[in-house]
Design a protein around this ligand. Sequence first.
Ligand code: 13P
Ligand code: SF4
Length: 331
Amino acid sequence: MDRTEELKAKIRALKEKLSVTVVAHFYQRDEVFEMGDITGDSLELARRTQADDSEFVVFCGVGFMGESVKVLSPEKRVVMPKIACCAMARMIDSLYFDESVQAMEAAGIPKAEILPITYINSSAAVKAKVGQMGGMVCTSSNAKKIIETALKEGKKILFVPDRCLGQNIANMMGLASAVIGIDENLGEADIICYDGFCSVHQLFTVDDIRFYRKKYPGILIAVHPECDPAIVSEADFTGSTSQLIKYIADLPEEQKVAVGTEFNLVNRLRSKNTYVLSSTKPECPTMNETTLEDLYATLKAIDDGEPINEIHVDDETRVWAKTALERMMAL
Ligand code: 13P
Ligand code: SF4
């Protein structure tokens, strides 16, 4: 038996023995993804893990995802084979959040008129700031719905940390957006975005789209909303990871489609005439940090009675971050 098969067998045996649920995001390496009891996009993982009743959640994903489980279900013990931090989530902290509010105030928007929304790709501390100001969390699959609901309060939206997602939703809804530190017209915009982005989704270019359209006339282009607005505006479909999978699964077998999102997910869809929309392999470095060896070591540590890489969130942060997450869940 090779090492991969040996590890898989050991992991399966420990999963049988222990009260654990292994959770894996779509961007995980194939062999890790295969070990998941719960798999999905970030919204599905947050929902389904909350309803799970194992003592330990072993979360294969990036830091904010494990943290969100702990925030929603503090009674659960959440461990992560690798506490890898999403590069976009790392672009904003509490201090930068406060500075963004100040930038809006300086542009003539009073604090009471600001409703913050944070993409789930952010720390619990940022979610807590958002919760304290009456705001909520969104994911890529529900961002449009969350923003529609938020706008009913008649306030200006401060959208953090992904400027692309904020701009893409604004474009989809025919609203004006502006980016803090880049655009000067903050006061005239409906959605004011923080200047964060995902380096993986920035790899897709308009040239890539042109290349595929020329090479395979009739090909469809499907992208994640973390891609630049210039890409999204030229795509045939934009959706979260789950929405992309469903869109591609529903296409006729012979339909070619080039997909703009993380490599591991796209590679799993190859049989469906699917192409990676980039000449550079779009691998998320942090999602790919988690290996089978890490997963095995994490389960073994639980079995030995000495869990490693446990996620903790302090009470005050947890309460406000939970408020922001639950406002999203309620919708
Ligand atoms: P989903 O919400 O589509 O799972 O995306 C999470 C993510 O990190 C995309 O880069
Ligand atoms: Fe974060 Fe981008 Fe990786 Fe998603 S693909 S986890 S946004 S760095």
